[in-house]
Write a protein that binds this ligand. Structure first.
Ligand code: NAD
Length: 455
């Protein structure tokens, strides 16, 4: 496929200014929602074939989030796209200052495999709302979900406006040789660095949604049952293959045993099982082997009985884990929960800060000082107090990482902003122009300006 030609045509289409029209954006967003609604059965079927993800989890963690993003954009895009007034200083009066959001142009969205619909389509929705044309490269790892997105979008949209290109490393590498006006990438830290370098050659701005080890810090005063319930849900949803899942637990030593038995109870109650559609498979053999190697059988206290043929790793909890253990060296991205302990909050914060800045951080506590300390001292993308992952569902909150966990953010209006340039404009009338800045210069003019500027 000649990628340059596809992008040239998208740029030509962008230059017709068709996407600047808000009614065009609204029409295309509605089209997308209709197509997805009409083809829900095929979407469920494809993702089930890829990694046995159930209709329930697909609706809750993928389609409902996509529909919400579209609905919010439909209601708000007029407001988001409006020119915004800014105040004007004395030197430029009686001029007017304002900011015009303008679409970046032709953008490339590269998706990850773990929530294949949502992580590909939500950035595309934000880009469409902002008035961009979009090339979407979904992850090739869940091949059926990539194929169904390509079919549905390529059959229903003008390719000069919105096109899906399927492929893996080779195709993405070729795509990155072409100059886009913005690249939005979701994936791992090492590939994020490749994307950033490729974008730098064209001075293309990037948003990088990456990963990392997100901690859950738990103090002794919590409601243990509720903490375990929320933690178990967040960790084992999608079989732990979630960028914002609590990667590891840091619990105050005195409640470790009680927390572990409550976690066990909630895992049992959840009835996690691929057959009854309460659980998903590990995406592929490579990830299965990677995860299996992380499990230290001597430290497993819950689960651990893996099934390689079916690519199933049941919820697995490891206790007495140390920061030097294998499982603590990289992001887990699977259903293994290491439990570590601490005696003082200072020590816990220090340990978290020894690792790269996490995408998420969760603190379960009733102690206001602990809450304040964690929020003040640990840098992280986003997070929750006394819950895990649910911050993701709030469209009023920007979603993104910091440091190694990413650059930039999206969701709701933050997605619109991510695909927009904010053009600043000063507008002046002709009828007045003070002479002070013009030559010939004089001491009088300088003295006046010094007083006027006031510095
Ligand atoms: P990945 O980096 O392997 O792949 C992501 C995308 O990059 C895919 O589309 C893939 O085809 C492409 N790609 C892979 N290798 C490439 C290369 N050498 N050159 C160019 N393109 C390449 O990531 P993944 O395995 O799909 O996802 C897992 C990672 O993504 C985890 O680290 C997870 O934390 C992170 N993640 C982050 C978020 C977030 O919102 N921050 C969401 C989901 C996943």
């Amino acid at each position: 496929m000649n990628y340059q030609e596809i992008i040239d045509k998208q740029q030509q289409f962008f230059n017709t200014n068709a996407t600047k029209d808000i009614s065009f954006r609204i029409k295309e967003l509605k089209r997308l929602k209709n197509i997805l609604k009409k083809n829900e059965a095929s979407l469920y079927n494809a993702i089930y074939k890829d990694f046995k993800k159930s209709e329930f989890e697909t609706y809750v963690t993928e389609l409902s989030i996509i529909y919400h993003e579209i609905d919010l954009a439909l209601v708000k895009v007029n407001k988001w796209a409006k020119k915004k007034k800014a105040s004007t200083g004395l030197a430029n009066l009686p001029g007017k200052s304002y900011i015009i959001p303008e679409p970046f142009g032709t953008v490339l969205v590269i998706g990850a495999w773990n929530y294949p619909y949502q992580l590909s389509l939500c950035p595309a929705i934000a880009a469409i709302a902002a008035g961009c044309t979009v090339v979407l490269k979904p992850s090739e790892v869940p091949s059926r979900t990539a194929a169904i997105m390509a079919t549905l979008i390529n059959q229903n949209f003008d390719p000069n406006f919105f096109k899906v290109i399927e492929g893996g490393v080779k195709e993405t590498t070729e795509l990155l040789n072409v100059k886009f006006d913005k690249i939005f990438f979701t994936g791992s830290v090492p590939v994020g660095k490749i994307i950033y370098q490729a974008a730098a050659k064209h001075l293309t701005p990037v948003t990088l949604e990456l990963g990392g080890k997100s901690p859950a810090i738990i103090t002794k005063d919590v409601n243990i049952d509720m903490t375990a319930k929320r933690l178990v849900w967040a960790k084992f949803l999608n079989a732990g293959q979630t960028c914002i899942a609590p990667d590891y637990v840091l619990v105050e030593s005195s409640i470790k045993d009680k927390l572990l038995s409550s976690i066990k109870e909630h895992i049992e109650k959840s009835d996690y099982n691929v057959e009854n559609h309460n659980y998903t498979q590990i995406i592929n053999e490579k990830n299965f082997d990677r995860l299996n190697d992380m499990i230290d059988r001597d430290k497993v206290c819950i689960g651990g009985n893996v099934n390689k043929e079916e690519r199933i790793i049941p919820p697995t909890v490891m206790k007495d884990v140390e920061f030097s253990d294998d499982v603590m060296q990289d992001e887990i991205f699977g259903p293994i929960l290491p439990v570590l302990t601490f005696d003082t909050i200072e020590e816990a914060i220090k340990q978290v800060k020894n690792l790269s800045k996490p995408l998420s951080c969760y603190v379960f506590t009733k102690n206001n000082n602990v809450k304040k300390k964690v929020l003040n001292e640990i840098s992280f993308g986003g997070g929750a107090i006394n819950d895990a992952m649910m911050h993701f569902t709030e469209q009023t909150l920007p979603f993104g990482g910091v440091g190694n966990s990413g650059i930039g953010s999206y969701h709701g209006k933050y997605g619109f902003e991510t695909f927009s340039h904010y053009k600043s404009v000063l507008q002046k009338p002709f009828w007045i122009e003070p002479n002070f800045k013009y030559s010939p210069y004089s001491d009088k003019k300088l003295n006046f300006l010094k007083r006027f500027i006031g510095l």
